[in-house]
Write a protein that binds this ligand. Sequence first.
Ligand code: ME8
Length: 543
Amino acid sequence: MPKRIYITTPIYYVNDKPHIGHAYTTTVCDVYARFMRFAGREVFFLTGTDEHGLKVEKSAQARGISPQQLADENASEFQRVMSRLGLTFDDFIRTTEPRHVEQVQAMVRKLLDTDAVYLGEFEGWYDEGQEEYHTETKARELDYKSPVSGEPLVRAKEDNYYFRLSAFQEPLERLFQQQPDFVRPAARRNEVLGRLREGLQDVPMSRTNFTWGVPMPHDPGHVIYVWIDALMNYITALGLGEPDSDAYRQRSKYWPATYHIIGKEILWFHAVIWPAILMALDLPLPKCVYAHSFWIHEGQKMSKSLGNFIDLATIQQYVDRYGLDAWRYYMATHGPLGATDADFRADHFHSVYNTDLANTLGNCASRTAAMINKYFDGFVPAEAGPDESALAEEEGPDRLRMMIADHDWPAIAKEAVSSSTAAMEEIDLARSIGSAIGLVRKVDAFINLTEPYKLAKDEGKRGELGAILYQCLEAVRIASLLLWAVMPGKMSELWSALGLSIEPDAGRLAELAEWGGLEPGRRVRKIALFPRVDTLSVIEGAA
Ligand code: ME8
């Protein structure tokens, strides 16, 4: 795995308010980015807003403001929301920024020079009222009349710039063969391959029917098609279109992207058009385009017409009731990262909160800390007791460890760390987090098996009691390191209860996660991480 990581979200349209979909994709990237920074990797995490195009122009007109005003308003709303959700992007790119516009023009100039873009003629049946072209088949279906105004369609011609996508058929097929993980999950890759095999046609890449966009170099009557402009954000943020800039000097090292994380509806642009553009620009290709599925809501697709979008106000209610970290936990563990959609249900959120967070993680940390307070006045006991016969057989530092009930804790913890890290590398958030929670479950089972509260009654078993509680707390500490990326607030709270000052940005995860890091004699406070939430107060209106 490369030491450097570049992860991106789609850039979001400013004609919509932020909703669960935007929060979700950005949270997935954030969890990955935080984990990898903690693991010592050099991470660049990019998000931003897509601000050009007819839709933005029309929404602005409808509100009687300029498109730039609308973009400014909503871009700052996106930034505000993302910061509130604890999302630690390294840059937020806006496609109306001069740094982006200038580089897009420079790169399109290059595409014109290499003949990957050419001026061609487009002809079709035009609906003048709707400013929309129809194909011959569609026009025939409509009886050559506008479906909206009933006026006759007119035969019209337009000059358009085209991107020579057809020239990349073979290189793209080769890419999909040589880099089987270029598109993930596999089901999505197969869809793209199927469509690719139908053959590629050149695609228009300029428009003349509106002005809110990046002007075509040398031909300002044309505006660069918003998708071409938008896709380029991934490289303009790194200065790749401006090799003598500071941005280039500082950031070009991050290209190619490790992951472009996107929703499945925009996969074609990312899996076919984007690599073709990069090939035409002679730039390396991203390692992986990861297209997740969709959140649906209580079994139904979310849509404006149904009015069932999980919007910011609803997200805020969950955050208020369960805490920001619980929100992030649910997004990361039950979200639609795989090939199927995920159903957001209030009762499910509630039961995941209680099962994983209140009853497992919270309870385990709190009962361990409580026993240490009760039996050892709050001081972390030593792992080795005076009972020599119970000492582990091994030589070296392990010699002082008691192996109780056949639990080789250093090995158990090591396995959790390596499987959690490996799953995170693959962006399998649920599995990564599951390994950490699994470690906590083992601690719970260990407590139930060894019954330290009974040993506490026997003065002769003090060494064993201390070792058990040390092992429980040490395993919880290691799990908390693996869970920090998803629940940074709560895990920091836990660390401070253990008197630990850990700086995840210092990148020492592996070192800190070694068994034995917790020093005996340290003072432990009582811990209450995830208070129970009453079922009656499950978010109303969301159910
Ligand atoms: O498409 N579930 O922007 P956009 C999960 N500007 N994620 C969802 C979702 C849902 N129900 N709905 C949306 C655009 N998303 C373009 C992108 S990139 C060069 C240009 C997420 O504001 C998901 O990541 O419509 C999806 O791809 C993105 O929001 C679309 O955001």
